[in-house]
Design a protein around this ligand. Sequence first.
Ligand code: GUN
Length: 287
Amino acid sequence: MAQIIDGKGLAQQIQHELSKKVQLLKSQHGVVPGLVVILVGDNPASQVYVRNKERSALAAGFLSETVRLPESTTEEALLNVVKKYNQDDRFHGILVQLPLPEHINEQNVLLAINPEKDVDGFHPTNMGNLWSGNRVMVPCTPAGIMKMLEAYQVEIEGKTAVVIGRSNIVGKPMAHLLIEQNATVTLTHSKTQNLPEVCQTADILVVAIGRGHFVTKDFVKPGAVVIDVGMNRDENGKLIGDVKFDEVAEIASLITPVPGGVGPMTITMLLEQTYKAALRSSSSKEE
Ligand code: GUN
């Protein structure tokens, strides 16, 4: 039976330590890390994420602002909001919640965010930095997964890692972070042939395909580490992961639950990156 990774507990511990660092930054430099989250429309899942981000930011002692805009907001109006926060020194992190309504071009919006405030790591400059092995702002979900692997002392160097899902938010940056740690990485997706066999080669399997209970024990090598990024609702509205937890936990060595695994770590990384951006801006002012 696998050991269960306590993402929630680890997230609480890191956020507690972070709140102490925030107090120190405040008392020593008079700087309060500021995070603004911009939400367009009323996607129910996004509303929950945004509320959780706001709550965690406040609990850690941040200045937290949430801008809620109607679904009908034009791209130009959204760009103007982003520009306003680019120029507002009280905010060190700007996050535009995705997905955006269809009439808004996501790339245009992500490009408008000052890369130094892009705590999601989605701006092409930050993505390019990650590609070239320079970690500055890294997408929060993969960053949180790396933190969990580190906390549970999972050996990565020389291991075989398989990532299912090639999104810009999770799959692609995840592959890069694992490569940086000297894993041999296969990035798979919905069109990959013989997917269960490919996954069976994995010492570390990261699943971000967005289909409930997609990964069964037939995908998993005994003793593998299994990370489940999925957030799906079953027919009864219950939150379930991409992995069939009960049967996979029987053969894996380590596994993340849903909820309580990857999710809380994502928010923690968002706060940590905002704190680091605040730290950078306070030290650059002193120079
Ligand atoms: N939507 C789902 N995940 C994310 C995320 O990590 N950041 C943003 N901005 N939107 C998301």
